[in-house]
Design a protein around this ligand. Structure first.
Ligand code: AOF
Ligand code: ZN
Length: 437
């Protein structure tokens, strides 16, 4: 790849112009690209969300975005909306991600931009995909197109944090979320597995805590709505087998329209979960059960291997249940003893490379969350903290260095503490307001 000849937005003086427009105008057009890119959330993974606008004399002529996985890239959608003819030599094309230079499921966008004769291109951030990373920008500038790079760069990268994890770390990205009480518990230790008889929810007679399926509800309504938004943007939701059996979670998106429900994944190394038709049918989404063939005894392993796991459950009729018997020791793990910490990374690589999952949400329980944290395989943390509630005893919330957390916007009565992995910089940074105490 040759030297890329482009203007670095960060190095431009605040009052300078580029192609006749101010820095503020460039930021405004790029933020429109970011809004358009959002339209692909939950639909394009493991591809990035990308938005593009074409501007002439400061006026937006056309818009495009990457709408679904395997579909047209943002730039192609934009030009398709304009039809065949047109002289764009006096136009600026804004794209939140560097135009691609490779033949993937679609031909290179950089070539299309050259064919269309666009005079100038403004890029949010360079593509971390090794097949692109700078080649798209180089191709354009080598052909005489003016290129400006780095407009709202941090925002453009942050929009696709999981894509950076996929491309640079070679695994599915992980979002961890839990709700905790003011005294640092995520639930009680003693839990019943029977549902309350009169209604789904009831008030615990002793301390007025709302209980559902024997589980104390910690976070409130606003946080609940927010969680469904979070779920809507991931490819799968993963829980451990104890959470699956005890909490009986639905693991689906409610109250928001989604093109498809996230896949449900249960990490159940010894195949101890309840996969009866009733439990599998709690959602329309597929249910994947990951187990370790090395940990099953002879009969169980025979069942899993020969009967393809599906016939272990009546639910096979629905076709939703899929079992994945990973032979984790053979995959290079020192596991074989059920030690999850050794296998987390292998599972995440497999979920990305073999299954094409861009991002999963890990919802619990505490030991599963801790296993992911311990091997540094969590890329976003969201803690919903009800500081008014105190349990005194129970299941401790996962252990982590709280100094990295920043306080985000409160969700109703709940505090929202966040951390995001920043890849590519020298430091780990987080967003939000106040530092954790
Ligand atoms: C762009 N504009 O809107 C997107 C880009 O398999 P494909 O053909 O869909 O290519 C996927 C790769 O293309 C993806 O990994 C990323 O590098 C880039 N995505 N590029 O110019 C877009 N979505
Ligand atoms: Zn492209």
């Amino acid at each position: 790849m040759g030297e890329i000849d482009f203007t670095d937005f960060g190095e431009m003086a605040e009052d300078s112009l580029w192609c006749g427009l101010s820095k503020e105008a460039h930021r405004g057009n790029m933020s429109l690209c970011l809004e358009l890119a959002e339209r692909g959330r939950g639909r394009v993974s493991p591809n990035p969300m990308v938005g593009a606008v074409l501007v002439r004399d400061g006026v937006v002529l056309a818009e495009g975005w990457h709408a679904y996985f395997g579909g047209a890239h943002a730039e192609r959608m934009l030009f398709e909306s304009l039809g065949d003819a047109g002289d764009y030599s006096d136009c600026i094309l804004y794209v939140s991600l560097e135009p691609c230079a490779h033949f993937g499921k679609t031909p290179p966008c950089a070539n299309l931009i050259l064919e269309k004769g666009v005079g100038a291109v403004v890029i949010g951030v360079l593509d971390p995909n090794p097949m692109v990373s700078g080649r798209g920008a180089a191709l354009l500038s080598a052909a005489g197109v003016a290129v400006l790079e780095g407009v709202l760069e941090a925002e453009c990268q942050q929009l696709n944090g999981s894509f950076w994890v996929n491309q640079i770390l070679g695994r599915t990205a992980v979002v961890a979320k839990w709700a905790e009480t003011g005294d640092g518990f995520i639930g009680r230790i003693e839990r019943t597995t029977t549902r309350p008889s009169s209604s789904e929810n009831r008030l615990n007679a002793h301390n007025d805590q709302v209980v559902q399926n024997g589980r104390v509800l910690i976070s409130g309504k606003e946080a609940g709505l927010w969680v469904h938004n979070l779920r809507a943007g991931v490819d799968a939701i993963l829980v451990g087998v104890n959470t699956w059996n005890l909490d009986k979670p639905t693991l689906n998106v409610r109250g928001i329209e989604v093109s498809k429900q996230p896949i449900r994944i249960v990490l159940d190394q010894r195949l101890r979960g309840d996969y009866s038709a009733e439990s599998v049918d709690r959602s329309d989404a597929p249910l994947w059960v990951i187990y370790d063939l090395n940990l099953l005894d002879g009969d169980e392993a025979m069942c899993a291997r020969e009967l393809q796991f599906l016939s272990l459950s009546e639910a096979s009729i629905s076709g939703k249940l899929v079992g994945w018997g990973l032979e984790l020791t053979e995959l290079g793990s020192a596991s074989g003893h059920g030690d999850l910490s050794n296998t987390v990374e292998i599972i995440l690589q497999w979920l990305y490379e073999a299954q094409g999952l861009g991002v999963i949400l890990v919802e619990g329980g505490a030991s599963i969350l801790q296993s992911f944290l311990d091997v540094d395989c969590v890329d976003d943390i969201h803690i919903l903290r009800n500081s008014q509630m105190h349990l005194g005893t129970g299941i401790k919330s996962p252990n982590l260095d709280r100094v990295i957390l920043r306080r985000g916007q409160d969700l109703g009565a709940d505090e929202h503490w966040v951390w995001h992995r920043k890849i590519g910089g020298d430091s780990i940074e987080a967003e939000g307001g106040d530092r954790a105490k």
